[in-house]
Write a protein that binds this ligand. Sequence first.
Ligand code: AMP
Length: 219
Amino acid sequence: MNIVFISPPLAGKGTQSSRLKNILNIPHISTGSLLRKKAKDTDELAFTLRDLISRGELVDDNLMIEIIKERIALDDCKNGYILDGFPRTINQAELYEKLLIDMNLPLGKVIYLNITYDVAVARINGRLTCETCGAVYNSFNEETKPLKEDTCDACNSTLVKRADDNVETLLDRFTQYNEKTAPLIEYYREKGNIYEFDSSKEPSTVTQKIVELVRGNID
Ligand code: AMP
């Protein structure tokens, strides 16, 4: 089963993806996390990526499709994968569709996590990310705070606050989302394979509903 998440920032793509990864035993591919790793290098690309990410701007579609092409060709994706953060533009979705045809792979299910800007603002200062395994925590939420402060429950790495997790950049990220990513909802609606969840609910409630969907108990 392939899964694609579409959502505004802070809606819980990362949280849901890392939970589903364990439940469904398929890899969680976070494009944000892959880009943040590349951005740590010292070359020109890394400099460009740091600049774009820190301003909440989107990275070039052609680079994104190359990253995805390389990643989903790996052996651990043969039983499916979870895309967290891709596609983010109509052009990316079209390039991805062509790639799936070339690789003879199904699109799978597209999951739209819906939250308002106000809920995202309320979450932003508590969010902590594990850049090693992709797990996401929120110190403001009993259900999603790490067991040990600043340490990833899953892999013991030190948790970080992302440079773009601040109220100023959040507004820009939301603007990018509304302009470039939100049109994907209609795009996939027309294809009939998008499923919407209210992500202001507790994460475990949302996970349960997604698992029911993926396992075919709801449609
Ligand atoms: P995320 O971790 O998904 O919130 O992504 C963090 C940042 O990485 C975004 O604000 C963009 O700058 C960049 N990014 C992640 N995924 C994509 C994508 N599919 N296309 C373009 N830029 C992306």
